[in-house]
Design a protein around this ligand. Structure first.
Ligand code: PMP
Length: 350
């Protein structure tokens, strides 16, 4: 089967993404896409940028970097742009972490982190979350090789305060990656702290808060020294990771904060409504600062997952220790969530 594969390729255990179903009229609540479309300005910017497609994309990505920097009162020199934040995270692992120096992370967090660690021969020091899935803050100190922390965490949705994250950055003499993939849904951010700490790298994506999962735009905010390490790694792999259309669309999205703020406020309201409805059905729902909720139904989660799928509602169930009793449900429009809640009631009563 693996004839001609490199030893590295043969050794990998790749990340499994949530299903992208081909059937059209499903209610898709499994990959935390934003419930609403991108800003109309994104489409006009992409159309205008089409005129430049004959040429390679701009290397400095000025407009995108400037738009990303603005949110944290930063400069374009603080920003490294990438083809989605998965790429940014992978390049951070290469640029900041070394084999033989364990990188601190959690047992329940984004399951791509151990995949990159394996790809780059980095070992991880895995800290179990508390019973309530909160981070054991007193143990987040003295990491040798680095720290990687999703805030809010995925798939739990639980967020640390900016002060708590700052303490982690202060207490570790190595690079702390804070993955803010789910910024914009109520969690506090440490974006502006990159001016203060030379070991902080904040990674963000436009896939969730800015409705652009299909365009693939992510970025890292950090001090210029860390940005230089990322550029060295990037330019040893692929100098043009963000295409002309993605740069233009991403910049236009970041410039239309009012549009996204209104949508994301609706998502937060729908999230709380859905959480309350699930709690009323006897489910345990973790407090979420993201565009999804993590809930433990009063009957086996796998069964509920399958029954929902039969009815055309796709959520995420992880067959993993500690979390196999839970479902991760992305927050869709109110209409979609009413369908989900109705179906949940039928499943739990029948
Ligand atoms: N970090 C976390 C915690 C995520 O859940 C995701 C989405 N799967 C990402 C990063 C990557 O998102 P993207 O590559 O779409 O930017």
């Amino acid at each position: 089967m693996k004839k001609y594969w490199s030893r590295k390729a043969s050794s990998l255990s790749p990340y499994t993404a949530g299903e992208q179903p081909k059937i059209k009229n499903l209610i898709k609540l499994n990959t935390n896409e934003n419930a609403y479309p991108p800003s109309p300005n994104v489409f006009s910017a992409i159309e205008a940028a089409g005129a430049h497609l004959r040429k390679y994309p701009l290397l400095a990505m000025d407009a995108l970097a400037e738009a990303a920097a603005r949110a944290g009162g930063l400069a374009p020199e603080n920003i490294f742009c990438s083809n989605g934040s998965d790429e940014a995270l992978a390049l951070c692992f290469l640029a900041f972490f070394d084999p033989g120096k364990p990188v601190l992370t959690m047992d329940v967090t984004y399951s791509f982190y151990p995949v990159w660690a394996k790809l780059f021969d980095i070992t991880m020091q895995i800290l179990p979350l508390n019973d309530d899935f909160t981070v054991p803050l007193q143990e987040m100190t003295g990491a040798r090789g680095g720290v990687v922390l999703a805030n809010p965490n995925a798939p739990t949705g639980i967020a640390l305060s900016a002060g708590e994250v700052e303490k982690i950055v202060r207490q570790n003499d190595c690079v702390v990656i804070v993955d803010e993939a789910y910024f914009g849904f109520g969690a506090q951010s440490v974006l502006s702290l990159v001016k203060k700490y030379n070991n902080l790298a904040v990674v963000r994506t436009l896939s969730k808060s800015h409705s652009l999962a299909g365009l693939r735009v992510g970025y890292v905010a950090a001090n210029p020294n860390l940005i230089s390490a990322l550029l060295a790694v990037r330019d040893s792999f692929n100098s043009y990771p963000v295409g002309t259309l993605a740069q233009a669309g991403g910049a236009a999205a970041l410039a239309d904060e009012a549009y996204y703020k209104a949508n994301n406020e609706k998502i937060i309201k729908t999230r709380e409504y859905t959480a309350d409805a699930l709690k009323a059905m006897g489910a345990e729902v973790l407090p979420s600062a993201a565009n999804f909720i993590f809930a433990r139904p009063p009957v086996p989660a796998e069964k509920v997952f399958k029954k929902l799928r039969e009815k055309g509602i796709v959520v995420r169930w992880f067959n993993k220790e500690r979390i196999s009793g839970y479902l991760r449900v992305s927050i869709g429009t109110m209409e979609e969530m009413e369908c989900f809640i109705g179906e949940m009631k039928r499943i739990l009563n029948g």
